[in-house]
Unconditional design. Structure first.
Length: 266
């Protein structure tokens, strides 16, 4: 019965180790040949797969029906320095010979003496700690981890809020473009002039600009005519222009008429 149970356990272990080996080979192949396009999520997936297979292997070893393999002693029956094809096939070419050099490594059921000594020291130190002291140390470690996580979360929130403040626009691009177009090219501005200004003369009237320019130049010449003769003429011009929209104001025509009486005018 024990031999049958040991045989079933070995078959389960061989199957689990084969799956673990295939996963390791696939991961190593990715690292060596696909490193240029390898992504971090893919690496994490490979690690997760390896971790799950190792946990399954440990569960098989710790199962209650699994016999204690450390109590099983393996004794090599034949040691030879010559190449063994059967061992090459079973080890997939990793062990060409089964000699006294490779037997201590491949048939070892215990860790190295240095590792075993360190493990014993750790077990001894852990046994010296009382449950109360261990609980206090656990609480202190959890508190430190919580404070560290809180600081990391706070820094992440501050960095995110700072990035949002830097990226937030403080102006409206459409309004800015409209203002620049209005100042540079007069786009959107009205062509109307306020009433009562000096430029109330309609630009559509021919010769109006020339008349106003000539009038403004001729007003600077002192008049020598009798004021008694100018007054009836002014009244006559105003009466003639009354009720005629779209004409030049009477004051401008009076000035032009008065200026035409200068002796130097032809």
């Amino acid at each position: 019965r024990e031999e049958k149970q040991l045989e079933l356990t070995l078959e389960a272990l061989i199957s689990q180790v084969a799956d673990l080996k295939n996963s390791l080979v696939s991961f190593i192949y990715k690292l060596e040949n696909e490193y240029d396009r390898l992504t971090w999520p893919s690496v994490l997936d490979s690690f997760a797969l390896l971790s799950g297979q190792l946990n399954t292997l440990n569960k098989v070893l710790k199962h209650e029906k699994t016999p204690l393999l450390r109590n099983q002693v393996i004794i090599p029956l034949v040691l030879s320095p010559d190449r063994d094809e059967e061992i090459m096939r079973q080890t997939e070419g990793r062990v060409p010979v089964f000699s006294h050099e490779v037997v201590p490594d491949h048939l070892r059921t215990k860790p190295d003496p240095e590792v075993e000594e360190q493990e014993k020291q750790l077990i001894t130190d852990a046994a010296r700690i009382s449950p109360d002291v261990a609980q206090k140390q656990i609480q202190s470690l959890n508190k430190m981890c919580s404070n560290l996580l809180e600081k990391i979360s706070k820094e992440e929130r501050e960095s995110e809020s700072g990035g949002l403040r830097q990226n937030k626009q403080t102006f409206n691009p459409a309004d800015t473009n409209a203002l620049v177009a209005a100042v540079a090219f007069g786009k959107g501005l009205s062509n109307r002039r306020p009433p009562g200004s000096g430029g109330s003369v309609q630009s559509g009237q021919p010769g109006a600009g020339a008349i106003i320019a000539g009038a403004s130049g001729m007003q600077q010449v002192p008049m020598s005519g009798a004021p008694a003769q100018q007054q009836p003429m002014l009244a006559g011009v105003q009466m003639a222009q009354a009720g005629q929209p779209g004409k030049i104001p009477s004051g401008i025509k009076t000035n032009i008429k008065s200026a035409s009486m200068h002796p130097y005018q032809r």
